[in-house]
Design a protein around this ligand. Structure first.
Ligand SMILES: [Zn+2]
Length: 282
């Protein structure tokens, strides 16, 4: 749930570099497809910038020729990704992110590129930079071959969607008698938020199983700070947690509004049961 700056590499550069060492009969085919790839990149950009990737059904049908489709897909798997491939240096540039954090989950390290629209279904977009999002392996696997069929089914695109100005992610601490307390994460769209965007954020949260990722992280964090909180009274704990929340908030790169730690510290600071002794149960 983090935004990223648009890639600086053009579709033409990445495509031409990747196909540069293809054997002659494949090279000829791929050269002939270059304009179609550049056109597809333009169509993708126009749709992505208005969150309308669900409208690109026609692009999935192109090119019709199966051998063309195969060679375009291989341009990613054989000509861009492998270490010995002509496009590998560009692959590494596209994968590079400050802090190495996957923008889709905001937590694990980047290890691959995720196709916003899958290459098997959209071979013309196989090596188009704005369709390639740095991601961790788990997010990449969870998204799989997902293609949005409606506006609300689009997961967030880190180059075009930015939630940093408002808080969407919240945590809730639930106390039940005779049971250990539970921390759960959920999305609460800000007041006045666009309805489609709200549906997309919820879709993103569910697709990447973020509640299942953040919940156990939060429990570990609470266990880590238990010792520190023991040495304070309730007012001191409240102050400590507000400072911790502030430190996540001030650095957008380190976390920001929608980092799981921000929501955690915010919730704990506002929970009197936790501050007055409940913290010792984690
Ligand atoms: Zn991830």
């Amino acid at each position: 749930m983090r935004s990223l700056p648009l890639p600086s590499l053009s579709a033409r550069t990445v495509y031409r570099t990747s196909i540069s060492r293809a054997i002659p009969r494949h090279k000829q085919r791929l050269d002939a497809l270059e304009q179609a790839v550049l056109n597809a990149a333009d169509v993708f950009e126009a749709a992505a910038s208005v969150a309308a990737l669900h409208t690109l059904k026609d692009l999935a049908k192109k090119p019709v020729d199966e051998a063309d489709r195969t060679q375009l897909t291989k341009t990613y798997t054989s000509r861009l990704v492998p270490e010995s491939a002509p496009g590998n240096a560009l692959y590494n540039v596209l994968k590079k992110v400050r802090h190495k954090i996957c923008p889709l989950c905001g937590h694990r390290d980047v290890s691959t590129l995720d196709h916003q629209l899958p290459k098997m279904k959209y071979p013309l977009l196989a090596v188009v930079p704005i369709n390639l999002v740095p991601a961790c392996g788990i997010c990449n696997g969870l998204k799989g071959e997902h293609v949005p069929k409606a506006a609300s089914e689009q997961t967030l695109h880190p180059y075009y969607d930015d939630l940093a100005d408002q808080q969407w992610l919240f945590a809730r601490l639930k106390w039940t008698e005779n049971r250990p307390p539970e921390i759960t994460y959920f999305i609460r769209p800000p007041k006045g938020a666009d309805r489609v965007l709200a549906a997309r954020v919820i879709r993103h949260f569910q697709m990447f199983c973020l509640a299942e990722l953040y919940g156990p992280n939060a429990v570990r964090e609470m266990s880590n700070i238990r010792g520190i909180l023991r040495g304070m009274n309730a007012a001191g704990r409240h102050k400590y947690l507000l400072l911790a929340e502030g430190s996540v908030l001030v650095d957008k790169d380190a976390g920001g509004q929608n980092h799981w730690k921000r929501s955690l510290f915010q919730t704990l600071a506002g929970d009197s049961g936790y501050l007055e002794g409940g913290f010792d149960q984690f």
